[in-house]
Design a protein around this ligand. Structure first.
Ligand SMILES: Cc1cc2nc3c(=O)[nH]c(=O)nc-3n(C[C@H](O)[C@H](O)[C@H](O)COP(=O)(O)OP(=O)(O)OC[C@H]3O[C@@H](n4cnc5c(N)ncnc54)[C@H](O)[C@@H]3O)c2cc1C
Length: 372
């Protein structure tokens, strides 16, 4: 069976890797740029992951599978993809009762532990805390290096026999009862099935998904510490409550990358263009407040700032399903997709080949079927 994977970002590169290892499958991947580029949903170098407590039922089992895939790629390439620097979640009282990590830490039985405001100040004094704040520290969480994760997944897939077409825009998708045709300008490539993982470019090939997936343009900003020692042992961070933000140290340990709720920024975009990754100074949004009130150990002027893009669904659940006998889509990862990208890639591969495995049973049930 010949299967095309259109879009080799976080999700598509993992679908390609899984499909390239399937008996009887010839997997062929296409991307607008070169795998590991920074223009779409996966740019900006790092992504955060906790290892306990998100809203997927068997999340720890799923993230452990994802980590095992990256560890294998690290072993093969000698390149660092995952850094287990820990994950610190903080919230005011109301937010803490909704936080999956804080609830999991409070329930016990996981490596995560609860921290009072005084303990937070004592152990993690690089940010400020408010009256009523509570935290949870998961020492087994951390950060994933996005460019290396995608690059190595595509490279490993190629070593398993997949074909790669970087710098190749699929301009249209045509289905017939017998095949699916990919048009690349005046060329036509024929397949038995296509997997569409075009991330925030979703509407270009699948305009009918416009009503289900909204493309936003969240901003990330990088800040240098006032004192270099602040960066020592810094974990990934998230804060919920009146002021929400998340942050992670860069892999070179030089600066802290900060972002806040993509959906709340309401920067709707049509489709990513490299020119749209640059920003105007008046688009600093909530960063001055976050730096001025919370991340006070950092220089408040960003050393770098850029827009990225992501497709969101109303429920924040991704769309992973067949839209046609010969087309499977994996889009709308809603600001949450990177940490489980090996899982979602495998789920897409299992959906494409109709070979469901046991590990993903509960996940399959928790992803809704969208009215397509
Ligand atoms: C700022 C920001 C912060 C985030 N933080 C986190 C986090 O901390 N933890 C977490 O788990 N998740 C996080 N996410 C979410 C996560 O990064 C995304 O869910 C994930 O990267 C989605 O990957 P994707 O493969 O869907 O999209 P992409 O990685 O953008 O891949 C889509 C690919 O399709 C290609 N393409 C598009 N159109 C075509 C075409 N016509 N022909 C050929 N190729 C095409 C593009 O070139 C691109 O490579 C964050 C997202 C953003 C934007």
């Amino acid at each position: 069976m010949r299967i095309a994977i259109i879009g080799l970002g976080a999700i598509g590169s993992q679908a390609l890797l899984h499909l390239s290892q399937q008996e009887g499958v010839q997997a062929v991947g296409y991307d607008l740029y070169s795998p590991g580029h920074g223009f779409g949903a996966s740019g900006g170098e790092n992504r955060l992951f906790p290892r306990v407590g998100t809203d997927y039922e068997n999340y720890t089992e799923l993230i452990d599978y994802a980590l095992s895939v990256w560890e294998r790629l690290e072993g093969d390439s000698g390149r660092t993809i995952v850094k287990r620097a820990g994950y610190l979640a903080v919230g005011d009282e109301a937010a803490a009762s909704r936080s999956h990590i804080i609830r999991a830490a409070a329930a016990g039985g996981t490596p995560a532990r609860i921290l009072t405001r005084a303990q937070l100040q004592d152990e993690f004094g690089f940010q400020s805390y408010r009256e009523g704040d509570i935290g949870a520290f998961d020492p087994t969480g951390g950060m994933i290096r996005t460019d290396a994760a995608i690059f190595e997944a595509a490279r490993a897939a190629e070593a398993f026999g997949a074909q790669l077409h970087p710098w190749s825009r699929v301009t249209a998708l045509e289905t017939t009862p017998h095949e699916v045709r990919l048009h690349l300008g005046d060329q036509t490539h024929r397949f038995d099935l296509a997997v569409v993982t075009t991330g925030p470019w979703v509407h270009q090939l699948l305009p009918e998904l416009r009503r289900l997936v909204h493309v936003h343009r969240p901003t990330s900003a990088w800040f240098l510490p006032k004192a270099a020692r602040t960066m020592r042992g810094l974990p990934a961070i998230s804060r919920e409550g009146q002021q929400q933000y998340y942050a992670a140290p860069t892999f070179d340990g030089a600066s802290l990358k900060v972002g806040y709720g993509g959906l709340r920024q309401q920067n709707l975009a049509s489709a990513p263009e490299p020119a749209h990754t640059l920003i105007d100074p008046d688009e600093l949004g909530e960063f001055p407040r976050i730096l001025g009130e919370y991340l006070t150990a950092f220089n408040p002027t960003p050393s770098r700032i850029a827009h990225f893009f992501e497709g969101y669904t109303d429920s924040s659940r991704p769309i992973i399903q067949r839209t046609h006998d010969r087309v499977v889509v994996g889009v709308g990862f809603s600001g949450l997709g990177f940490k489980l990208s090996p899982v979602f890639g495998r789920l897409l591969a299992e959906t494409a080949t109709d070979r469901p495995g046991k590990l993903l049973g509960p996940l399959r049930e928790s992803i809704p079927s969208f009215p397509l």
